[in-house]
Write a new protein. Structure first.
Length: 236
């Protein structure tokens, strides 16, 4: 869990043995304008998996760069990301909204490998988010499957959202899927909330909170879940 009040760089290397599973949960809850650089590199051997759960909910500039190589047969990598891009601090001269930069690369090298990338979040006034998700099917990775899905809720007029999904294929017998939902809440959904006495701002906060709670279900540690829930209540 990162609560840095100053700049910090983190480098992690994750390597699995056969039939092993690594699950990593990282939570960024900094309440200052810190610069955080987070790097993950990993390799999966036969029938092993690496599962990464990320929460980016603090203030500042966040640069997250991850690469997993699925070398072993039937190996798997999964990334689940939840984030909130916050508005500039009120009353602070020259303050800027959060900048969240996420890069995830999964290389399918072995046969029958599987990857899943799921990114969910919301951007408030003045926030910027860039997401690059790359699934690369290398020669020899036959019968492999890769999936990318992103949901972004835009909660301000001046947010900047950049989504760059890439699926590369040097092998014929593979499946790569990408889907996304990006935008403001539609009028029908807002009407539904309004018919129940819920205004636009509260409705947006409810939906933004729901996007994070989808990822929160993957966290087993109760104290970590409580920290994230408290942060959600603070910023939404």
């Amino acid at each position: 869990m990162m609560k840095a009040h100053q700049n910090i760089a983190i480098n992690l290397t994750l390597n699995t043995e056969d039939d092993a599973t690594i699950k990593l949960v990282e939570v960024q809850l900094a309440d200052s304008d810190a610069v955080i650089v987070n790097t993950i590199k990993g390799t999966c051997s036969d029938q092993s998996s690496i599962e990464v759960v990320h929460f980016f909910m603090g203030r500042g500039q966040i640069f997250s760069d991850s690469r997993i190589d699925l070398v072993g047969k039937k190996s798997r990598a999964a990334f689940d990301v939840g984030y909130i891009g916050n508005s500039p601090v009120a009353g602070k001269a020259g303050a800027k909204g959060d900048n969240i930069d996420i890069n995830i690369l999964i290389n399918h090298i072995g046969k029958k490998t599987e990857s899943d990338i799921n990114v969910n979040g919301a951007l408030k006034d003045g926030a910027t988010k860039t997401f690059r998700g790359t699934i690369d099917f290398k020669t020899g990775s036959s019968d492999s499957v890769g999936n990318e899905q992103e949901t972004v809720i835009l909660l301000g007029e001046d947010v900047i959202n950049k989504t760059i999904p890439i699926i590369l294929c040097a092998e014929e017998n593979v499946v790569g899927n990408h889907g996304g939902s990006i935008g403001e809440l539609d009028d029908d959904l807002l009407f539904y909330f309004e018919s129940r006495g819920i205004g636009r701002e509260e409705a947006e906060n409810i939906m933004a909170r729901a996007s994070i709670e989808r990822v929160l279900r993957l966290v087993d540690n109760e104290s970590v879940r409580e920290e994230i829930t408290n942060k959600l209540e603070e910023i939404l």
